[in-house]
Design a protein around this ligand. Structure first.
Ligand code: ADP
Ligand code: MG
Length: 543
């Protein structure tokens, strides 16, 4: 081994990047702030869209915080933590992603000012944590109850969530669809409402106007009727789900059938016909008038089924079979001899419809009312994607309001209310934490400020007004992004779920606190395995 005299002792492999102390902190804060800045201009109804172009040239045009951040190729570790903030927000409540990231960035900006004034990071994180708890408590105290019966309020939540998106013009119609979908899948378990958004299927298809977007209470499958002589519409559908081919099996080994006379030939054909007839008879006997087959259906079998007026589909997807089984209570049958009336599912209406030039099958009025599909329509694929994202956000907002049972009014009013409250609250504290709580209070103003800036209003004047309103006890005073000045968000019908606001503050503050606690960033070199100290030439074995 080498001579250690005078050499620094390395404990990390060569090529490792390390920054520590103030450097690390500042770099982290700068990176995280940059992420907040990047999405700030998209906040609110007057926010701008971003066009994202990936390395192969695909484009996405969106205003949705989490989509923007997911698509950006973010490298810096603390910037990545900010992306996590948006993702958490999206998972937990499905809306408010931009808000959460902007708040996190602003908290760090205020923290930086405190660091400049020699306030220790642990004091700042402690203050932020106190402020966060108090902010959430305050938001709860200004919230109002909401339930599934308050259709009008729920629709306002959906409209608020879609405002400023490219779907704004049509948001009342979409809001109706969203609220109806959420009501349909909501389950009441011991007085508590549970909503599984997964139950709301969305099927995208371009080539029509956005107005054609509709809620289908049932399942839509991308298949047409197999034979032209079959009915294109069946009411009071009795549905058989079959996972066997309605075909005469080809011999699997190389068996040879020798036919030596015309009589034998006829007998052979008769035999095949008889087999197919007996298969279709079993379906007819069960009482089915709709047949969804996961495998193939022979031409002759199609003919027999058509004669019986059975609406049949072949080669359905496995996932569609499962969805249909759940929706119609049909059992997927793998042996035709087992098929009986009790295996059939039911649906009020089974119908073939032309959608965007292709025929699809609509199975509506299913036994399980929780099976629903939103058919998302729009002119182009990009537009349909953005409509779909807006609908997803609105579903998230409405269902989180319903399951939590509480709402607040928006337009920056809750954030301003929290800010004014925290300023008062901080006066009760002693010591330097007071400074951190005060900084937290100031940071909350970034939301009304950005809403005003993005609407082209004078941010200083508007903030002075909204602050004064809140100090005078007008808790619902928000930013008048259309007429300027302040408005009463309740009167304007700007409604948001409480959870969107509390979660945004919680995840923003958690991320800021975490970033502030870091004083050392040690990153492994990216250039493949490095020879470690004392390694033989040639380096460590490759993994
Ligand atoms: P996020 O990703 O955080 O949901 P949005 O771009 O959807 O970001 O903007 C949400 C903000 O816009 C909320 O603060 C909400 O109260 C506000 N907002 C929505 N509609 C209006 C409106 N008509 N007037 C003023 N503010 C509004
Ligand atoms: Mg939103």
């Amino acid at each position: 081994m080498g001579n250690y005299g005078g050499q620094p002792v390395l404990i990390l492999p060569e090529g490792t990047l390390r920054s520590s102390g103030k450097d690390a902190q500042r770099q982290n804060i700068t990176a995280a702030k940059a992420v907040g800045e990047a999405v700030k201009t998209t906040l609110g109804p007057k926010g701008m869209d971003k066009m994202l172009v990936n390395s192969i040239g695909d484009i996405i045009i969106t205003n949705d915080g989490v989509t923007i951040l997911e698509e950006m190729d973010i490298e810096h570790p603390s910037a990545k933590m900010m992306v996590e903030v948006a993702k958490t927000q999206n998972q937990e409540v499905g809306d408010g992603t931009t808000t959460s990231v902007i708040i996190a960035g602003e908290l760090l900006k205020k923290a930086e000012e405190l660091l400049d004034n020699e306030v220790h990071p642990t004091i700042i994180t402690k203050g932020f944590s106190i402020a966060k708890t108090e902010a959430i408590k305050h938001l709860e105290s200004i919230s109002e109850p909401v339930s599934l019966k308050d259709i009008e309020t729920l629709e306002k939540i959906a409209i608020t969530s879609m405002s400023g998106k490219s779907v704004e013009m049509i948001s009342p119609l979409l809001a109706k669809i969203v609220v109806e979908s959420v009501s349909k899948v909501a389950e009441n378990k011991n007085g508590k409402i549970f909503i599984d958004n997964e139950n709301i299927k969305r099927e995208k298809k371009s080539g029509a106007s956005i107005e054609d977007t509709k809620l289908i209470s049932g399942i839509v499958i991308d298949k047409e009727v197999v034979h032209p002589a079959m009915p294109k519409k069946v009411s009071n559908g009795k549905i058989a789900l079959i996972d066997v081919a309605l075909e005469v099996k080809e011999t699997e080994t190389d068996a040879e059938i020798r036919i030596t006379s015309p009589n034998q030939m006829q007998a052979f054909i008769d035999q095949e016909q008889k087999m197919l007839k007996s298969m279709t008879d079993k379906i007819v006997k069960s009482g089915a008038n709709v047949l969804i087959c996961q495998k193939g259906i022979d031409d002759l079998a199609q003919h027999y089924l058509a004669k019986e007026g059975i609406y049949s589909i072949r080669r359905a997807k496995k996932s569609d079979m499962e969805a249909l089984s759940k929706a119609t209570s049909a059992r997927i049958v793998t042996n035709l001899d087992d098929l009986s009336q009790k295996d059939l599912g039911s649906a009020d209406n089974v119908e073939e419809n032309k959608i965007g030039g292709e025929s699809m099958t609509f199975i509506e009025g299913c036994k399980d009312p929780k099976s629903i599909t939103i058919l998302v329509r729009g002119s182009t694929d990009h537009y349909v994607d953005e409509i779909d994202r807006s609908i997803e956000d609105a579903i998230g907002a409405v269902s989180s309001a319903v399951s939590d049972g509480k709402i607040v009014y928006g337009a920056g009013s809750p954030e301003c209310s929290v800010s004014v409250h925290l300023k008062k609250f901080s006066q009760k504290l002693t010591g330097r934490e007071q400074l951190a709580v005060k900084a937290f209070a100031d940071a909350m103003e970034i939301i009304p400020r950005s809403l005003a800036e993005n609407a082209g209003l004078d941010p200083i004047d508007t903030l002075v007004k909204i602050r004064a309103d809140h100090e005078a006890g007008k808790v619902n005073s928000g930013i008048g992004i259309i007429d300027g000045g302040t408005i009463n968000a309740q009167e304007k019908g700007i409604v948001e779920p409480l959870k969107v606001k509390t979660q945004a503050i919680k995840s923003a503050s958690d991320a800021a606190e975490m970033i502030l606690r870091i004083d050392d960033v040690i990153s492994a070199s990216k250039s493949g395995p490095q020879p470690g100290m004392g390694m033989p030439p040639g380096g460590p074995p490759m993994e």
